[in-house]
Design a protein around this ligand. Sequence first.
Ligand SMILES: CC(C)(COP(=O)(O)OP(=O)(O)OC[C@H]1O[C@@H](n2cnc3c(N)ncnc32)[C@H](O)[C@@H]1OP(=O)(O)O)[C@@H](O)C(=O)NCCC(=O)NCCS
Length: 346
Amino acid sequence: MMTADISPHDLDDASDADLRGQYDLAVAAFAVDRPDAPKPDYDTFVGRLRAIPPGVSRQWCWVARRRGRMAGIAITQLSGPENDNSVVVDVRVLPELRRQGIGTALLRRALGESPVGDRELVVGRGVTAGGDGEQWIRARGFTVVQRVALQVLTVSEADPALWEVPVPPGHRLERWTGAAPDALVESYARARGAIGDAPTGDSSYRHPHWSVPGVRQAEQDARRRGVEHRTVVVVHEASDAVVGLTELEIFPGMPGTAVQQDTAVMPGHRGRGLGRTVKAAMMRRLLAERPGIAVVVTNVDASNDHMTRVNHQLGYVTTRIMLTAEAALGALESRLGAPEGQHDLP
Ligand SMILES: CC(C)(COP(=O)(O)OP(=O)(O)OC[C@H]1O[C@@H](n2cnc3c(N)ncnc32)[C@H](O)[C@@H]1OP(=O)(O)O)[C@@H](O)C(=O)NCCC(=O)NCCS
């Protein structure tokens, strides 16, 4: 009989030894689960671990230790208002200790102790298609609801000429880092809503409803989280309104990585290359102002041929297909059984 000690873990207050243990665990796990990705450096890893994604208010963490060694980690996050029915989980176990029940014990404990309130849906994201994680989520009774392509632009390997994309006549570009200018914020909020047309497979995920207060709130959240939030928009000159936009974020502790977020073009303005125009302009500006950025990463629904093509034209390479999976919380908890402090594993 083998045991693992599972305990709550404060990521912001973790000791250097624990963070180092988490790093070693992640390096070993990523070598198996993400063979396409370069080994993360320590600081970037810690930054990424602590970074709370947009739309998430807080996160909680548990770690499993075996004979003092970091054997696994589970993180839960509560999504914002549009997705207040779900709790997002991420579980990772050291490859050599898999198939011993540690992942399941971590999931049971994390769900049992997270302040989920009346949320009913458990969501797992970023599960490598075809890997151990897919086998596990299926065995635990999750349903795969979306396939997502991870795309990576390696700056040193991309030709900057790809970002010299002209602005179509009748339009102009505007850009900012942080808060949207008052003169544009209303049409910018409207245009942000166009992301609602992006495919999300069979996922229950609901895109945010954007409004001016919502935009201001998101800007405030980014500031509070220490996130550098960069925006490029395309303005339709005749109406002086934002009709397309792209968003990019740089998280604290990850100075070499930029995360390309939403890109959206208003329905009446699609098919004119505005998406590529704003994304190309984002790259030009980003690298002029932040020459230390080595990679830009983005996620796109695997069926979204249009965005995928635009990204390839800009130098992104699809490196992995990742799955999103969902399970009803009540049914999952009864399959998992009651949470315990110490788990006797078979
Ligand atoms: C997913 C993960 C956390 C599972 O951890 P684990 O400790 O190996 O999981 P468990 O031992 O609790 O597995 C329980 C059951 O899932 C199934 N399972 C898990 N991994 C499997 C695999 N590679 N192949 C087939 N079935 C598998 C089995 O039915 C297993 O029970 P069994 O060993 O008695 O047959 C681990 O594989 C991992 O870290 N993967 C990478 C990260 C990831 O994708 N996480 C999911 C994100 S939510």
